[in-house]
Design a protein. Structure first.
Length: 125
C-alpha cells in the first residue's frame, strides 16, 4: 500500500503474552511457520515477503476472559516500513499520536491511532 511518499505493508499481528518463546513454539508447530526473529521479549514467526505472527512479552499479562469484551488489548497491528522517520511523520500527519515511551525506537515505533489503539511501525519485516 503506497500512501504519499511512504510505502506500508502488513507485517504482522502481534499477541501480548507472558512467554513469547512458549507461544511461538505453539503457533510454529500449529502453522509450520519458522522463527524469523527472536529476542528475550519478542518472537516473530513468518516467511519472507509474507505477514507473520509476533509474540510480545508483557510481565503482568492477563488472558482475555472470552467472551467478556471488557478486557485489555491482547493484540496489535504491526506495519513494515522502509523508513521509520518518514512513516512516523506520515502517520502523525494522518492523526496518530507518538507516545513518550518507546521501547526500541531505532527498530520500531509505537503509535496510537486516532481512537487510542496502539500499533507499531517497524523495519523488521
Amino acid at each position: 500500500m503506497s500512501t504519499g511518499n511512504t510505502t506500508f505493508r502488513w507485517s504482522a499481528v502481534t499477541f501480548d503474552c507472558p512467554d513469547p518463546a512458549e507461544l511461538a513454539r505453539f503457533y510454529g508447530a500449529a502453522t509450520g511457520l519458522p522463527v524469523r526473529y527472536a529476542s528475550d521479549g519478542f518472537v516473530l514467526l513468518g516467511r519472507d515477503d509474507a505477514a507473520g505472527l509476533g509474540f510480545n512479552r508483557v510481565a503482568d499479562h492477563r488472558p482475555p476472559s472470552w467472551p467478556d469484551e471488557s478486557g485489555a488489548k491482547q493484540a496489535h497491528l504491526d506495519l513494515g516500513v522502509d523508513d521509520l522517520d518518514a512513516a512516523q511523520a506520515r502517520l502523525v500527519a494522518l492523526g496518530a499520536v507518538l507516545p513518550e515511551f518507546q521501547p526500541d525506537p531505532e527498530r520500531w515505533r509505537v503509535l496510537l491511532d486516532p481512537a487510542g489503539h496502539p500499533f507499531c511501525v517497524s523495519v523488521l519485516a
